[in-house]
Ligand binder design. Structure first.
Ligand code: URA
Ligand code: SF4
Length: 281
């Protein structure tokens, strides 16, 4: 494990569990054992804990590839079956990335267009196995045109790095609404509905293995429910015409305000890692 990674984990509040890195995975059995014996902190017990952390998996019969060595996304199977499901997705209205981006940039489908500086389309790998969906751009995102660039974005990057993912390599990050709600209010349901075809088109193009909704508002708008986060977090949901698997976890902005919840967030991250890597939870 590199010093940088240790620092990252420490910032996440993860000081006991040790992420296997490439060196450890390629190293001696003793090195692997050393990482495999590390355990999740006692305090990390969540209401719906996955049965084992990624590192602990190395001590069992199944030794999955370490997170940093995830197979290239182009080899991934598609989530939706052949034919009909994808054909039914709204991608038909846009065709490909360029017309979709142009449509979003010029969009006036809801009132948020009046107050935005610019649209925030989303960013990342367009063949990503993992898609992260937040609620909507904030001030920093409205100014830069990129999602999750503020403090919450920095923590999100740390969370992703802890499971071997990054927006440069194998994650696509987007929001339920592509324009900033004034004064950072929650996006309304009609705004989310107006913007939904863009998100569904992004999903149809990317065909991620898993969508992760960040926080209550993103989860409620995506799943068209008013259930509390405590209910939405834990079970596997499915989203959209392709019925893409979807998990809900805490919003990093919430974790910045409530660092004690980071242990539960870490449980969720392990579940995300397991699902993407096909490790039974
Ligand atoms: N919070 C979100 O939900 N999305 C962003 O892009 C930034 C902060
Ligand atoms: Fe269009 Fe979505 Fe922006 Fe509303 S939030 S104006 S639907 S891009």
């Amino acid at each position: 494990m590199t010093a940088a990674r240790k620092r990252r984990l420490a910032r996440l509040g993860i000081d006991v569990w040790v992420q296997r890195d490439v060196a450890a995975a390629a190293g001696t059995a003793a090195e692997r054992d050393a990482t495999a014996t590390a355990v999740v902190p006692e305090t990390a017990v969540a209401p719906n804990p996955p049965t084992r952390p990624p590192a602990a998996a190395a001590s069992g019969a199944v030794v999955p590839a370490p997170p940093v060595a995830v197979a290239p996304a182009p080899d991934l199977p598609t989530v939706a079956g052949p034919g009909a499901v994808i054909a039914a997705a709204p991608i038909g209205a846009f065709g490909d990335w360029a017309p979709l981006e142009a449509a979003v940039a010029a969009c006036t489908r809801c009132g948020l267009c009046a107050t935005r500086t610019q649209t925030v389309f989303g960013t990342g790998a367009r063949d990503a196995p993992l898609m992260i969906v937040g609620e909507g751009p904030g001030a920093d995102e409205d100014a830069s045109g990129l999602p999750f660039v503020g403090r919450a974005g920095k923590l999100l990057d740390e969370m992703l790095a802890s499971i071997g993912h990054s927006r440069e390599r194998n994650v696509f990050i987007a929001n339920v609404v592509k324009c900033r709600p004034p004064a950072n209010r929650d996006p309304a349901t009609d705004e989310a509905e107006a913007c939904r075809p863009y998100l569904e088109a992004q999903i149809a193009l990317i065909q991620p293995k898993l969508i992760v909704a960040l926080g209550r508002i993103a989860a409620q708008r995506l799943l068209a429910t008013d259930q509390p986060l405590a209910r939405l977090r834990g079970p596997l949901h499915h989203y959209g015409p392709g019925q893409t698997p979807l998990l809900v976890t805490y919003h990093p902005a919430y974790l910045l305000r409530s660092p004690r919840e980071k242990a539960k967030s870490w449980q969720d991250l392990k579940g995300i890692w397991q699902r993407i890597n096909g490790v039974p939870g």
